[in-house]
Design a protein around this ligand. Structure first.
Ligand code: FVH
Length: 286
């Protein structure tokens, strides 16, 4: 079914989103702070709105993909939101997502917060995922239209949930990147070909280790951190050894040091018999 959909923000991601909606046959109205960025989309059939308020007036479903939450709030200022569904796909902190949801609902609109798990080139391809949270009624009404951009997944009524899961996914990515950077620096220090190490050794190893994570998640859920794989004393001694080897190779172990610190802390509490899943308990703020 063809829908009227407005897109606020035509950066790299907003442009890709608008293109995918046009390609799926929707009537797309676009607005961007720098108007010239709309030209290629207008050539493909989009209508260009002169102001954000005009773009919001043009469609019941409004997708915002802007720099940050502050630019979303500023862009929506003065727009009539009554009867509109604002799907905010701008990366936001959970607190910001709740604030924007409140602002939209106070002004008579409905709200969805989104977390885009894709780069612009992945939009409208099978690997792209967008997490949503907020109004279930709005999600159900527009699920099909949203699926033109990426596979949509609803994660709950709390507007903060999709942004939080987005940040958690990014956290996993940065953690993996931190390990990769340290491993690459160590391998480079020994002159072994990095490409061979990465594709031949590291990636299969990381995939095998990632397959263990659901079992660790179950332990975290249950609070039973017993292990038949390797206990924290073995890991504490292993990471201390890693750090020493890094220094001996002339490589800085900076990204490993927080892991060493948390292992030492947990073992010092007398919990050396636990498995690595127990470290999650050390990450709760006082
Ligand atoms: N690009 C990516 O791979 C990631 C993937 C995951 C999710 N993100 C998030 O998407 C949001 C937009 O990112 P983007 O890549 O499209 O970013 P830019 O190309 O830099 O475009 C930014 C747009 O925001 C407009 N803008 C900036 N400040 C304001 C403002 N104060 N008022 C109104 N609009 C503003 C900017 O306009 P202009 O510079 O063209 O005039 C662009 O349209 C972001 O949350 C990512 O985290 C992307």
């Amino acid at each position: 079914m063809s829908e009227n959909i407005s897109v606020l923000g035509l950066g790299l991601m907003g442009t890709a989103l608008a293109k995918s909606l046009l390609a799926a046959g929707h009537q797309v109205t676009v607005w961007n702070r720098t108007p010239a960025k709309a030209d290629p989309l207008v050539a493909e059939g989009a209508k260009q709105a002169a102001t954000p308020a005009a773009a919001v007036a043009a469609s019941e479903l409004v997708i915002a993909c802007l720099l940050d939450s502050r630019s979303v709030t500023a862009t929506l200022e003065g727009a009539e939101l009554r009867g509109r569904v604002i799907a905010n796909l701008t990366t936001s902190r959970p607190v910001e997502a709740r604030e924007i949801a409140a602002l939209v609902t106070e002004r008579g609109g409905d709200h969805l917060a989104g977390g885009i798990m894709a780069i612009p080139q992945m939009i409208a391809t099978p690997g792209a995922l967008i997490l949503y949270s907020g109004s279930k009624a709005a999600y159900d009404r527009y699920e099909q239209a949203l699926s033109a951009m990426a596979r949509p997944q609803y994660t709950g009524a709390d507007p903060a949930m999709a942004p939080l899961l987005d940040l958690a996914m990014l956290t996993g990515m940065y953690g993996q990147m931190a390990g990769f950077l340290e491993a690459a620096a160590l391998v480079r220090s020994a002159g072994y070909p990095l490409r061979d190490f990465t594709s031949g050794l590291l990636v299969p190893w990381l995939n095998a280790m990632a397959a263990q994570q659901p079992a660790w998640a179950e332990k975290m859920e249950s609070g039973d951190h017993g292990t038949d794989v390797s206990n924290l004393e073995i890991n504490r001694s292993g990471v201390a050894n890693l750090v020493r080897a890094f220094h001996e190779q002339g490589v800085r172990p900076d990204l490993l040091l927080p892991m060493q610190e948390i292992l030492e802390r947990r073992v010092a509490r007398g919990l050396a018999h636990e498995g690595l899943s127990g470290l999650v308990e050390e990450l709760v703020s006082d």
